[in-house]
Design a protein around this ligand. Structure first.
Ligand code: SAM
Length: 293
């Protein structure tokens, strides 16, 4: 009898993934961790019954969350990753020869252990790279207490529930701002606007309390249901999102890993910032509500 994993993120729109083999399951940490095999997506990591990443489609999200801010910045030497336990963001960050230090703050060590063991194509040897440093801690507590500053901050969190909820607050964003060097940029997982409209609306409002230039760029990840995901963009340096395709192409060529990518191109980078009208309307609607409040 075929077994299925049923995702519980969006009550009105659930996805089911065929589960041909359960590789790991545990509820002993901060979240229930499940790793299983699926004929289409390869190996799947789910936390608290929500798909986090799969070996089949991880490249879309990890490439767009990493190379967009780092190539736009152009001179990033230090990167802070909040969450990111599967090591995908860390691996892509460390592809950049200019990055000298990548600090990853992950609350759940089991996620790291399980992706190293069952999903090595996602993390590669990132966890062994001397330029990387993994800290097991609550990312919210880390940025509140951190003294170190970074050129780029990537918030690769779960959705706003469980331990991830603190990574969607104005206080967290303000503390991240304090950890950002002048001219730096932060990007955040900001949900799928079609089925989680309040996530992108709240991110816009709350990022706007700490940053001058806040917008979203879009990417469609097959296992994140209900369509395009909004990736939050927050900086005081509004020039960063105006970098043209020519310069991004030069930077990618100089970095020397363009042929290793499967989704990111300088043209996709620029196009991703063309915000669809339904998302603009969501943000206009919530701006009116916040102004009236
Ligand atoms: N790409 C996925 C998405 O868009 O939902 C996220 C993947 S990554 C596995 C999410 C990571 O955030 C998990 O490993 C989880 O343990 C971690 N996380 C959740 N809350 C956290 C917190 N407060 N501090 C640090 N890491 C946290």
């Amino acid at each position: 009898m075929t077994e299925y994993f049923s995702e519980h993120l969006v009550p009105a729109h659930r996805q089911q993934l065929e589960c041909t083999e359960i590789l790991f399951r545990s509820g002993s940490g901060t979240q229930e961790v499940l790793v299983f095999k699926n004929p289409l997506f390869g190996t799947v990591l789910a936390l608290d019954k929500v798909v986090q990443t799969t070996t089949g489609d991880e490249y879309v999200y990890h490439e767009m969350m990493t190379h967009v801010p780092i190539l736009a910045h152009g001179a990033a030497e230090s990167v802070l990753i909040i969450g990111g336990g599967d090591g995908g963001i860390l691996r892509h960050t460390l592809m950049h020869p200019g990055v000298k230090r990548a600090v990853m703050v992950e609350i759940e060590p089991q996620v790291i252990d399980m992706t190293k063991k069952y999903m090595p194509s996602i993390c590669g040897d990132a966890f062994e790279n001397p330029k990387g440093k993994v800290i097991i801690d609550d990312g919210c507590k880390y940025v509140r207490e951190a003294k170190e500053k970074f050129d780029v901050i990537i918030v690769d969190s779960t959705d706003p529930h469980g331990p991830g909820i603190v990574l969607f607050t104005p206080e967290f964003y303000a503390d991240c701002k304090n950890c950002l060097k002048p001219g730096g940029v932060m990007v955040t997982q900001s949900g799928v606007p079609f089925s989680q409209p309040t996530t992108v609306q709240n991110c816009k409002r709350d990022l706007g309390k700490s940053f001058a230039d806040v917008t979203f760029y879009m990417a469609t990840i097959p296992t994140y249901i209900s369509g395009q995901m909004a990736l939050g963009w927050a900086t005081d340096n509004s020039a960063l999102r105006k970098i043209d395709v020519g310069l991004l192409t030069e930077r990618l060529k100089a970095a020397g890993f363009g042929d290793k990518l499967s989704y990111y191109t300088p043209e996709v980078h620029k196009g991703a910032f063309a915000m669809p009208r339904y998302v603009e309307k969501l943000l206009e609607k919530s701006a009116k509500i916040h102004r009236a409040a």
